[in-house]
Ligand binder design. Structure first.
Ligand SMILES: [Zn+2]
Ligand SMILES: [Zn+2]
Ligand SMILES: [Zn+2]
Length: 564
């Protein structure tokens, strides 16, 4: 599932299928608004649709039972992951405190037992017992529980292997613990704000470690990932008590999900899943903001109007203590400079149309309907949705995998290059930036939003960056400077091939931590031959090893949370 930036882009990612059809029909319709006024788009959608008539139903034990039996068939064939998904779906459809709910958890515990995830198995047995697990079947559960405990007692727990290889941490900023000290924000002449090194950074230094301010998942993983934080949590999820459409990692995510987002989406989730676009994060940010004012629109309007968009330098603010309202304010004030976007007018039109569809769907939700009665409130919602959608798009840096999306307050300050000096790693709610090539003082810190010089052709890179609304002007893409090819030629002439200098004993049998250290050292020493092909081979190896190490580190810390 995991793919860091260089392999995670699907060509159909920008628009889901139904939405693509709605957009196509819209652009063909001569009646579509010929103005910038978002109100005209609202009227258009009211009149011409699309009417998103997907049904948001209630829980149903009959359906839960049928899904569980499907899961059982897959379980017998030892197809554990699809079986787990069916059990999750069954759990989500089951009525609260019903036998069906308990059976779903119990069956899920059987899968974790088979997979050797004993702590998760025990957690699911406890969930089954907490609900109405039938007396008659209790002995079966007891046997599994005893077996689990015995496995753990005899040292078979996966939690015994704690992994941590990315410990080459740079000193952090006094006021912003997510970012390394000596990283500053500057206005770049061609691409707006960007991050710059205020001292030299070494290969392997972790210079950013951030958690998302907002996340969202694709409909295809609604029974596999958390609706609030977007994580998988080994797929051991608990359902929304009211609807059969969303699940959460645990009680904490359920509580936060209900408090900040889902209370405004419960009952319309299927419709939202149906039209979900990449820009949904911006839409969610509006309702997140509303929840921070406890649904009081008047207060929210006052707050937003008194904080106009301006050039705020987030790295100068104080984020020592996590403050949701301050984080929201930062998002609200981002100046999304759209100038220079490719096909700007077409995308703007699409944004307005999309906003109007989202507006129409949210206005059918009982909570929202009761809050947004005044015309002034409705107009505020409409214009904010559009504004936040643009901002989220502007802030996107393309982490996540192909089914999840996240928004980051600080990481989003980093600009893109197809030949980045820094690797962005994302897995299960954690984002880290690791220095890939030596960075000198005053050099810009650059990550890839997806396209990579060593993996994509110039045409593919152009296609991908255009979808993200920009024309890449990195060294590898700039046809005018030619500096890249020239530097390559010079190092070809001056230095021998890297393979002769690169004395890795037998990388395949080296321990991952040793290999990381060796590669880190090699890159530091031989960086002068960049951008030659043989140097990229070493970089690629390093990137891969960092990815493995990062996933292992996060998974082992997640597992540790299940130890009771
Ligand atoms: Zn979660
Ligand atoms: Zn719900
Ligand atoms: Zn480029």
């Amino acid at each position: 599932m995991f793919c860091n930036n260089h392999s995670g882009i699907r060509k159909d990612q920008v628009t889901s299928k139904p939405l693509f059809q709605y957009l196509t029909d819209f652009f063909k319709n001569p009646a579509r608004p010929a103005t910038d006024d978002i109100g005209a788009y609202r009227d258009y959608v009211q009149q011409h649709g699309p009417s998103v008539d997907v049904v948001d139903g209630g829980k149903c034990n009959e359906k839960a039972g049928a899904l569980r039996r499907e899961g059982n068939r897959l379980y017998l064939k030892k197809r554990f992951k699809p079986a787990l998904e069916k059990y999750n779906e069954s759990i989500c459809w089951a009525l609260g405190d019903s036998e069906d709910l308990a059976l779903g958890y119990a069956n899920r515990s059987a899968i974790y037992y088979e997979q050797g995830e004993y702590e998760l198995c025990l957690a699911n047995i406890a969930l089954a017992r907490k609900h109405r697990y039938p007396e008659l079947l209790q002995p079966k559960l007891q046997t599994r529980e005893q077996n689990c405990k015995q496995k753990i007692a005899t040292g078979h727990s996966r939690c015994n292997y704690h992994f941590s290889a990315l410990d080459f941490k740079a000193k952090v900023n006094d006021k912003i613990p997510a970012v390394a000290k000596d990283i500053i924000m500057k206005q770049m002449p061609e691409c707006g704000r960007g991050l710059v090194a205020n001292r030299a950074f070494k290969v392997g230094e972790v210079i950013l470690h951030e958690q998302p301010i907002m996340a969202a998942i694709d409909t295809q993983v609604k029974y596999l990932n958390c609706d609030f934080c977007s994580n998988e949590n080994f797929h051991s999820l608990i359902p929304c008590p009211k609807c059969p459409s969303v699940m959460f990692c645990n009680e904490e995510c359920l509580e936060n999900g209900q408090k900040y987002i889902h209370r405004f989406e419960c009952g319309i989730s299927e419709k939202l899943h149906h039209i979900r676009s990449d820009d949904y994060l911006g839409i969610r940010m509006f309702f997140y903001g509303l929840s921070l004012f406890d649904g009081n629109v008047g207060k929210m309007i006052k707050f937003c109007k008194s904080r106009p968009k301006t050039e705020v330098n987030p790295l100068k603010l104080d984020f020592k203590n996590h403050d949701r309202l301050k984080e929201f304010e930062l998002f609200h004030r981002v100046e999304n400079n759209n100038e220079g976007y490719c096909d700007e007018e077409m995308y703007e039109t699409a944004f307005r149309f999309l906003t109007a569809i989202y507006y129409k769907i949210y206005m059918t939700q009982p909570q929202i309907k009761s809050i947004f009665v005044q015309r002034r409130y409705k107009n505020f919602m409409l214009s904010s949705l559009l504004d936040y959608m643009r901002t989220a798009h502007f802030m996107a840096i393309g982490p996540g995998d192909k089914y999840t999306e996240q928004l980051f307050s600080f990481a989003s300050l980093c600009n893109h290059s197809c030949d980045p000096n820094t690797l962005s790693l994302y897995w299960s709610g954690q984002l880290k930036f690791v220095v890939l090539r030596p960075i000198s003082k005053n050099e810009e810190i650059l990550i890839s939003y997806g396209p990579l010089y060593c993996e994509h052709t110039a045409a593919d890179r152009h296609y991908l960056t255009t979808r993200m609304f920009f024309e890449c002007i990195c060294d590898a893409c700039d046809p005018i400077s030619n500096a890249f090819t020239f530097k390559c030629m010079v190092t070809e002439l001056l230095y021998p091939a890297l393979a002769d200098m690169h004395m890795c004993p037998n990388p395949a049998i080296m321990l991952l931590t040793d290999k990381l250290r060796k590669l880190r050292n090699d890159i530091e020493v031989y960086s002068f031959v960049h951008p030659r092909d043989d140097f990229y081979a070493v970089l690629d190896d390093y990137r891969q090893c960092l990815t493995w190490a990062f996933v292992a580190e996060i998974d082992s810390s997640l597992r540790a949370k299940h130890v009771r």
